[in-house]
Ligand binder design. Structure first.
Ligand code: ADP
Ligand code: MG
Length: 755
């Protein structure tokens, strides 16, 4: 390809210029992309640089910093304390955010404009000078035998002068640029180089740069890390058993920490900077492994409880299947088999079903429910919102009632009396299948004979919360359904305690939803297409993003949108659904839309549209760039539920960047929720992907869920393997594991069961 780009056919008469240009353009684009990716990775590892959560709580490294025989300057101590660094171990477990290559320092002549460089020189002159625009600027000239370079600072305080004592040797690090008056570094980072010959900590090596410390403090912290490393790293017990380390080819813990703080001369700088060196890998594995081990223990703990062993003879299963008006897809049939096998076992089921929007998860849940109902057990179905609970109730009722099972909704709405009555009906066993929000379980609703809990989850629960939910009463089987696909690595981290089933196929006869990205100015074309669909008697959604800072703004956007739509479509009945409406108001609007009393529904919130209206064929998303890809995919899944061809129009706001265009393009190209979720994770990172606050994700300092999928799989495999061999972790070589688990999960694991 490259060759072709360089030597175009000279006399070609029918040259396809585009084809010729393409390879070059691609390479350039690829290059730019690679560079961008690398920068993003470095940035990510930088901003994510945190104290490793795996610092030991016992042993010498748990001693306070005071116990060091070295006196620490008050400034450093204050910075250390502010960062929560109080114990010796905290020093070793603070990861450098990046590194500086001082194996061979550039001479000043070698510094190239446009590139970052590190050099050493002697301060020749330093003073405040008038800068551009009359602002005062600090300018120092630093020279070595090969030449000189200027260091410039705007808005600098007088203290800066003390750093640039004339005659003093300093290290300068920063981006070099060419100016009229020669080369200079603007706002370079600096460090004393007085001890350049004698110091093996600060020079002639790759040096770590730590997060949260000013440049001037780097040196002190580096000294401290060297001291602690030298004295205490060897005393560190490696919690990972030796044979596990050998199998996984992992460095020992002390070696890994030494490597990370003081990489050897031959280390790969880029691997270090992107936190992907062998030493980082060891620490990442460590983080993931103990997480997985904890979850594997939970999983084992659930399995150890006494559960219900359902009869899932083929005849019973067939009967349940026959209740649905369609043939299961192969993927659904496989997942039903997996569930049936679990339900037949005496230990409780704890299974997650993942599948794209519309892949038929609910249908699978219905069959599972029927297995339980057939044998006189009750079923609880929990949805994330009231509207979705109502929808589930309707759908389950349609299937269950003809078979003689009573379905009841336990909602927040209604009088206290009616609510009490319904609860009593559940307690008496008169309601066989109860649908509600998550409050269903939290509020101590007593069931007469609960056999199965179906949780329709929007990845809101972390492992720990989920277990609190499930720890009450007898142990029913549990089936968790995710509302939208999440990448495998996230599923393993959030749901590592569950067995995973994936429905990776859509029911037949679906026409893919035609998706197009438009900008603000192309809105007329969106309206044209909407008009065509409305004329056919179809309905449309128009969704506005939730502006978290200001519900008022949201509403303003949406209300204006409603006005505009009424002008453009005078015949259409337009409804508005927004976050500030009361539950009943929302329900009324939703009901009207479902009953075709509205043609257009403008919504400000995402959750409420998690509903099924088969006649809706158009989804318009305003300010689409503000949504995550997975959210968009979920929104898109609201149409295409009927037989008609459907459309999704993503309107990107005026401020859309190249990046958001690129991102939204994914929606045009793919209709596979798993592919989109992976991409979303890659672009936004796990915290954003899940919604930072409620993600339920553990803090990871080194491991990266968007990148370390393989390592995560291995960690899970190793964790489960160890527990299979030694379920109670009694073996002598596993005592390090027990100790580390106790420290890291801080009592949140019922380890008593293990001991
Ligand atoms: P999910 O819960 O995964 O979003 P649902 O179970 O709600 O999906 O199914 C989406 C739609 O597809 C429903 O209208 C359902 O009746 C229908 N459906 C599910 N499974 C099949 C199937 N095997 N064949 C035909 N239609 C199906
Ligand atoms: Mg569903």
């Amino acid at each position: 390809m490259k060759g072709a780009a360089r030597t175009p056919p000279k006399q070609a008469t029918l040259v396809d210029t585009e084809a010729l240009a393409a390879p070059g353009a691609k390479t350039r684009k690829e290059k730019a992309e690679r560079k961008k990716k690398r920068a993003a990775a470095a940035e990510a590892s930088r901003s994510e640089a945190k104290l490793l959560s795996i610092a030991p709580r016992t042993g010498p490294l748990s001693m306070p910093l005071k116990s060091l025989d070295k006196r620490l300057g008050p400034r450093l101590v204050s910075t250390l304390n502010k960062k929560g660094l109080r114990r010796l171990g905290d020093i070793l477990f603070l990861l450098p955010r990046c590194y500086e290559d001082r194996r061979r320092l550039c001479t000043i002549a070698e510094l190239e404009p446009g590139q970052r460089g590190v050099t050493v020189g002697v301060v020749r002159a330093a003073d405040f000078v008038p800068g551009r625009g009359g602002k005062r600027m600090f300018r120092a000239v630093v020279a070595d035998r090969s030449g000189s370079i200027a260091a410039t600072y705007f808005n600098a305080g007088p203290w800066l002068k003390s750093r640039f004592t004339v005659g003093k040797r300093i290290v300068l690090s920063g981006e070099v640029r060419a100016t009229m008056s020669g080369r200079e570094m603007a706002h370079p980072e600096l460090e004393s180089a007085e001890d350049i010959e004698s110091s093996s900590v600060h020079f002639n090596r790759i040096v770590p740069i730590y997060p949260g410390f000013e440049r001037a403090e780097q040196r002190s912290f580096r000294d401290l890390a060297a001291l602690v490393g030298e004295k205490y790293a060897n005393a560190l017990e490696d919690p990972l058993p030796a044979d596990l380390r050998a199998r996984m080819e992992l460095m020992g813990l002390p070696d890994a920490l030494r490597y990370i703080h003081f990489p050897p001369g031959e280390a790969d700088l880029e691997a270090l900077d992107t936190h992907q060196s062998d030493a980082h890998r060891r620490l990442a594995f460590d983080e993931l492994f103990f997480l997985q081990l904890g979850m594997a223990l939970k999983r084992q703990g659930v399995k150890a409880e006494e559960g219900i062993s359902f009869d899932v003879s083929p005849a019973r299963l067939d009967k349940a299947r026959a209740a649905l008006p369609f043939q299961l897809t192969d993927a659904q049939a496989r997942v039903v088999q997996e569930i049936a096998r679990d339900m037949a076992r005496p230990e409780p089921m704890n299974r997650l079903v993942q599948g794209d929007v519309g892949s038929g998860k609910t249908a699978v849940a219905m069959i599972s429910a029927l297995i339980a109902l057939q044998q006189g057990y009750q079923v609880a179905v929990m949805a994330p919102t009231e509207i979705l609970a109502e929808q589930h109730e309707r759908n389950f009722r349609k299937v269950m009632e003809p078979l003689g099972y009573r379905v009841g909704l336990l909602s927040a709405a209604g009088t206290a009396k009616s609510k009490r009555e319904r609860r009593d009906a559940v307690a008496r066993g008169d309601i066989h299948l109860a649908v509600g929000t998550h409050a269903l379980i939290q509020e101590d609703v007593a069931f007469q004979r609960l056999g199965l809990v179906v949780i329709d989850e929007q990845h809101r629960f972390g492992v720990l919360q989920r277990h609190t939910l499930m720890s009450k009463g007898p142990k029913p089987d549990v089936l968790v359904m995710t509302a939208t696909p999440i990448p495998r690595t996230l599923a393993m981290t959030l749901y590592g305690d569950l067995d995973l089933s994936v429905i990776d196929q859509l029911p037949p006869g679906r026409t893919p939803i035609a998706t197009r990205v438009f900008n603000d100015k192309q809105r007329a074309r969106v309206y044209e297409s909407m008009a065509v669909e409305l004329a056919k008697g179809h309905q449309a959604y128009v969704v506005y993003p939730l502006v978290e800072e200001s519900e008022k703004l949201d509403l303003q956007d949406a209300t204006q949108g409603v006005e505009k739509l009424r002008q453009v479509f005078p015949q259409a009945r337009v409804g508005l659904l927004h976050g500030r409406m009361k539950g009943e108001e929302k329900d009324a609007v939703m009901e009207a839309f479902r009953e075709k009393q509205l043609d257009l529904l403008v919504c400000t919130t995402v959750v409420e549209v998690g509903v099924d209206v088969p006649n809706a064929s158009v989804m318009v998303v305003e300010h689409a760039e503000r949504f995550g890809l997975s959210q968009l995919h979920q929104l898109r899944g609201r149409v295409g539920r009927g037989a008609a061809a459907s459309y999704c129009f993503l309107i990107a706001g005026a401020a859309r960047s190249w990046e958001s265009t690129e991102r939204l393009g994914v929606m045009e190209r793919s209709s596979d929720g798993f592919v989109i979720a992976e991409k979303d994770l890659e672009i936004r990172g796990p915290g954003e992907f899940l919604g930072t606050r409620q993600s339920g994700l553990p803090e990871l300092a080194v491991a990266n869920l968007a990148r370390d999928g393989d390592l995560l799989s291995m960690a899970q495999g190793e964790a489960r393997r160890i527990l299979t061999q030694d379920p109670a972790l009694k073996a002598r070589e596993h005592q390090g594991l027990v100790k580390a688990l106790e420290e890291r999960w801080e009592g949140r694991l019922a380890l008593a069961r293990v001991g």
